[in-house]
Write a protein that binds this ligand. Structure first.
Ligand SMILES: [Zn+2]
Length: 476
């Protein structure tokens, strides 16, 4: 996003008509436009890494509070920090790999660009860089071409709406003036007298004199707060609009046994070796190859909506589940119910069956005469997926940001994961110092091999939402 666009986004607001319960000082529901509801929907398109990055801009004290009340936020933040702290050239296939994980792209980018307010400020994939010497292009800034030069031509993208899926089936198709009701815990219904009544009755309020209607405009800052509280509280609108704090009173959801959507896919399984303490019934550490590390770090690239699709929404913190169910009710065809990982962000072994979107990898690059202009000097370098109006065109193919390598981290190396999933490259000579670090009696330790397939992979996903995202809680 350019700074001008950013400024524009900062100044946009949504008008809300808010029904407040004066007695408890809580929002019962708000009446809002389709634009507001669509921005709420877009939360599902955000990869976990983007959520951490966006919420890092919110108030620091508040963030610490959040970490305590929300295991999910704490867990994805720790995973993000693990990636931030891994600086070594021994780990990453190339420097871009780390940046890709810290700034994952949004596969619903072209949809989100149509929003009145798009909170995802990730680098768009609609900007192309073409190599002068080869017929290669990339959409990643700072990626060198295979010839060693940086691709420095920046043609105008004629398919300016972004690559890939242009279908408008993410949000609402109509340009209607339909208004919506959004309850404090993010159930969303079309606005009507009876729907208002229904929301009121469900909130348990019997005396209408308790109610007050106020109007307020909220902007990007409040939407980011709303995202934060959606993941961490049971009353995000009250927290955002009335600026009250509340602890998440969702019941702890540690029992997921029956809550998994199973599929019949058979994926490659990954074996990891674990060291466990018999007396503490705890996994001390695991030794794993690049596939497994990519799988764990790759959580940052998975959009929230896809996670909800795999774990039955009932198993989620209530508001996130309500948001997912509302999208399903209002637009069952929405791609936000199963967003892909962004192109190039896949990992070689993905037992969760969430795959990267594929964009075309051939484009036409050349010169375009702008017919709309009388001035015949308006000739510009352009790129497009269809060649209709391009002269002197040549076909260009896309560079792979991980050219010549597999995944994000190096394959030749082995890695140690702590119980807290902190990743370290395993150096052969570090065995003794590692043992000393553990300071555990050797006769209490044993080594076992655990196979991670689809079920175990889902346990990792579920563990993100429970108190501890650790090897012990998932694999023991
Ligand atoms: Zn080149």
């Amino acid at each position: 996003m350019t700074s001008q666009q950013e400024q524009q986004e900062e100044s946009k607001t949504f008008p809300l008509k808010i029904t407040v319960d004066k007695q408890s000082n809580k929002v019962v529901f708000v009446e809002a436009t389709k634009d507001f509801v669509e921005t709420l929907f877009s939360f599902l398109s955000l990869p976990l890494g983007t959520i951490v990055r966006l919420l890092a801009t919110t108030d620091k004290n508040d963030r610490q509070q959040l970490s305590k009340s929300s295991p999910f936020f704490e867990n994805i933040k720790n995973l993000y920090q693990t990636v931030q702290n891994l600086n070594s050239d021994e780990v990453w296939n190339n420097p871009l790999c780390k940046q890709m994980l810290l700034h994952p792209r949004n596969s619903c980018e072209s949809l989100c660009m149509k929003l009145y307010l798009n909170i995802d400020d990730s680098e768009p994939s609609s900007k192309f860089y073409v190599c002068d010497s080869c017929n290669k292009f990339t959409t990643f800034r700072n990626l060198d071409c295979t010839c060693g030069k940086p691709p420095n031509r920046q043609p105008k993208n004629l398919d300016s709406e972004g690559q890939g899926n242009h279908a408008s089936n993410g949000f609402f198709d109509t340009k209607s003036e339909q208004m919506f009701l959004v309850s404090d815990d993010l159930k969303i219904l079309p606005s009507s007298l009876l729907n208002s009544m229904q929301m009121l009755l469900k909130s348990g309020i019997s005396d209408s004199t308790q109610l007050e209607e106020v109007t307020q405009n909220i902007g990007k800052k409040e939407i980011l707060n709303l995202l934060k509280y959606t993941l961490t509280s049971h009353e995000p609108l009250t927290n955002t609009i009335l600026q009250s704090s509340s602890k998440n009173n969702d019941e702890p959801r540690n029992q997921y046994v029956n809550g998994i959507v199973t599929s019949n896919y058979k994926r490659n399984k990954m074996d990891i070796k674990v060291l466990q303490s018999r007396s503490k019934k705890k996994l001390v550490s695991a030794e794993a190859d690049g596939d497994f590390i990519d799988f764990i770090l790759g959580f940052l690239t998975i959009p929230l909506g896809s996670i909800l699709k795999i774990l039955i929404p009932n198993n989620f913190p209530r508001c996130v589940g309500n948001l997912y169910k509302s999208v399903k009710n209002l637009n069952p065809m929405s791609e936000l119910l199963h967003p892909c990982i962004a192109p190039h962000y896949g990992c070689p072994n993905q037992p969760l069956n969430i795959f990267p979107l594929k964009f075309p990898d051939h484009y036409y690059y050349g010169i375009h005469h702008n017919d709309d202009d009388d001035d015949y000097n308006t000739i510009e370098e352009v790129i497009s997926n269809s060649h209709v109006s391009i002269v002197n065109r040549r076909s260009v193919t896309e560079l792979d940001p991980r050219e010549g390598a597999v995944g994000f981290v190096k394959r030749a190396a082995f890695y140690v994961l702590g119980d807290d999933l902190e990743v370290k490259p395993l150096a052969a000579n570090s065995f003794l110092s590692y043992l000393k670090e553990l300071s555990l009696p050797l006769d209490d330790l044993e080594v076992a091999v655990i196979t991670v397939g689809e079920e175990e992979a889902k346990s990792f996903l579920q563990a993100l939402f429970t108190s501890k995202f650790t090897l012990t809680s998932v694999l023991n």
